[in-house]
Design a protein around this ligand. Structure first.
Ligand SMILES: Nc1nc2c(c(=O)[nH]1)N[C@@H](CN(C=O)c1ccc(C(=O)N[C@@H](CCC(=O)O)C(=O)O)cc1)CN2
Length: 296
């Protein structure tokens, strides 16, 4: 029987821990604060930002959304980040990706105070993660580690294939799977648009994490029996419904499920964990900045 991971249910258990940690902070007079900055983006960006705001309200984080005109110069975003860096009530800052083309992403990510960088994208935090001393693990890969643990999947000794080399998912995922710690110790192959013989690589894998942004590109014939499959894709595909689209993962769920021992669907798998791990990192940031230790 294939175990289909319920991302919403796993997210709820992590949120219980987050709520308990917020109670500990509140008892010491600290309310965690998160600022989410939206400057344009893609079709999903505004939706994800409002989901983040709602999630903050739901657990007791003081969430603020700052919107910047996508045509404004990059300096407008820098000024906002500087103000948020200086605001003692803001413990976490997140700049929603993607940014407009004229805004240099690396400048932006380096501008966020590394102690408030709840995405874990600042070079200092990337360096810490790569050297095995993470401060904030990036939300999606960290969430995937939690999903795997919830299904009793230990990557240790597995041949893992990560499809995609993005800064948000592919690279940090590969890194966390490689690390000499719980949730790691896998042998990792990263595949991307220039990879040759992709199916040969995925067929040799015990664990496949698909994060390429191409609807249903990973099909059952590319997988071996008993594989663990994690679908990170949330692609909007045109559909004849009220919204005009439906969400589809990077995995062809029906055929992949026939091969998999464990599979996460999309929607309803990784997505809810991305937002939950952001709440988790915000509480961790509040704890680090206030000096109030919490259990997380
Ligand atoms: N600064 C960041 N930008 C982006 C990140 C990020 O981690 N930090 N990740 C992605 C998008 N993302 C969060 O921002 C995200 C994607 C999907 C979901 C989610 O819950 N999806 C649901 C379906 C939601 C829907 O109905 O549209 C699901 O999969 O069940 C949450 C967050 C890019 N940018």
């Amino acid at each position: 029987m294939t175990h289909v991971i319920d991302g919403n249910a796993v997210a709820e258990t992590v949120r219980d821990d987050v709520r308990a940690a917020i109670d500990e902070l509140e008892a010491e007079g600290v309310t965690p604060g998160l600022a989410t900055v939206l400057m344009g983006g893609d079709d999903g960006s505004a939706t994800y930002v409002s989901m983040k705001q709602r999630a903050c309200d739901e657990v007791g984080i003081d969430g603020t959304t700052v919107e910047i005109d996508p045509d404004a110069p990059a300096e407008a975003l820098y000024e906002t980040i500087d103000e948020l860096n200086a605001d003692p009530d803001i413990h976490g800052i997140l700049v929603q990706m993607p940014l407009p083309d004229h805004v240099p992403k690396r400048e932006v990510l380096s501008r966020v105070d590394p102690l408030k960088d709840v995405d874990g994208f600042h070079p200092e935090n990337v360096g810490r993660m790569v050297s095995g001393n993470s401060r904030f693990k990036p939300c999606t890969p960290h969430g995937i580690q939690k999903l795997l643990a919830s299904a009793d999947v230990d990557p240790e000794g597995m041949d893992a294939v990560v499809l995609g080399r993005s800064e948000i998912v592919g690279k940090p995922m590969a890194n966390l799977l490689l690390q000499k710690t719980d949730g790691g110790n896998a042998t990792v192959t990263v595949c991307h648009s220039r990879t040759q013989d992709l199916a040969e690589k995925t067929r040799a894998a015990d664990l496949v994490v698909a994060a390429v942004g191409r609807p249903e590109m990973l099909t059952g014939d590319m997988l071996s029996e008993g594989v663990v499959v994690i679908d990170v894709g949330t692609n909007r595909v045109d559909a004849d419904n009220e919204k005009g689209y439906e969400l589809t993962g990077d995995v062809d769920f029906k055929s992949a499920r026939e091969k998999a021992s464990v599979i996460s669907p999309s929607p309803g798998g990784v997505g809810p964990m991305t937002i939950t791990m952001l709440l988790y990192n915000t509480v961790k940031a509040a704890s680090l900045q206030s000096g109030v230790d919490v259990e997380l």
